[in-house]
Design a protein around this ligand. Structure first.
Ligand code: 5RP
Length: 231
């Protein structure tokens, strides 16, 4: 599995060109891409600037010698390379099991190209399959209210607990994460619209029509899936 993730990450990094502003995704697969980008930049003397989507990505950028910048300085990102938790045939995604969904979606929305990297276990026929939750980042003040509202639109909710820390996970933005299981999601865009209308919801892990290509690492190689972005 690690080899598959690494293959996908190394293939995706070939999209980066000299002078690019690069969105740096979060998670274990994105970590390989940051490593690969650092190696490529060094070997080919590329001048690139990274926009980290999390504190994890920031620390990895520093470790691999990628200078970082901000959306204030560079509000248009050339390419973002990020992982995903589920990928459907249209390249709609569930993200956020690493709790970095809000910054990941902001950086993705500012990017000319979004390249997703994953191993083949992330491919699904429909989002929400296998009881996979949709992560929802929520203002702590609103947790109970948002939970009730999500339940009202059919989600079974759990407040995500920290690992290595007592109490709820706190995101890089100081918020909580509610994991909401809806079962197989028939209309992800409509669910996204309903969730985003709930006061207190900061962001959801449904990434609809954002990705334009995915590299899927398999035992035998890397599969590339592309889609035209209409947005
Ligand atoms: C973090 C994310 C990650 O990209 C997603 O969870 C995939 O992570 P991994 O590559 O470790 O499976 O969305 O918020």
């Amino acid at each position: 599995m690690e080899a598959a993730k690494k293959k996908a990450a190394y293939a995706a990094v070939q999209h980066v060109k000299d002078g690019f502003i690069v969105g740096l995704g979060s998670g274990s697969t994105a970590a390989y891409a940051i490593e690969a980008l650092g190696e490529r930049a060094k070997r080919e003397h590329l001048s690139v600037l990274g926009i980290p989507t999390s504190y994890q990505a920031f620390l990895l950028a520093v470790k691999h010698g990628i200078p970082v910048t901000t959306l204030e300085e560079h509000p248009v990102v050339d390419v973002t390379i990020d992982g995903a938790d589920q990928i459907d045939p249209k390249l709609n995604l569930i993200k956020g099991m690493g709790a970095a969904l809000a910054r990941e979606k902001i950086v993705a929305s500012a990017s000319k190209q979004n390249i997703i990297i994953a191993d083949e276990h992330k491919k699904v026929a429909a989002l929400g399959e296998n009881g996979h939750p949709v992560p929802v980042e929520v203002l702590p003040f609103a947790i109970a209210v948002v939970q009730r509202r999500i339940e009202a639109v059919g989600g079974k909710t759990v407040l995500r607990e920290g690992k290595g820390k007592l109490g709820p996970v706190i995101t890089d933005n100081g918020n909580a994460v509610i994991d909401a299981v809806f079962g197989v999601i028939d209309d992800a865009a409509e669910l996204e619209r309903k969730l985003k209308m709930i006061p207190g919801v900061v962001e959801t892990g449904l990434f609809i029509r954002l990705a334009n290509a995915a590299y899927i690492g398999t035992v035998s190689g890397v599969e590339k899936i592309e889609r035209k972005i209409l947005r």
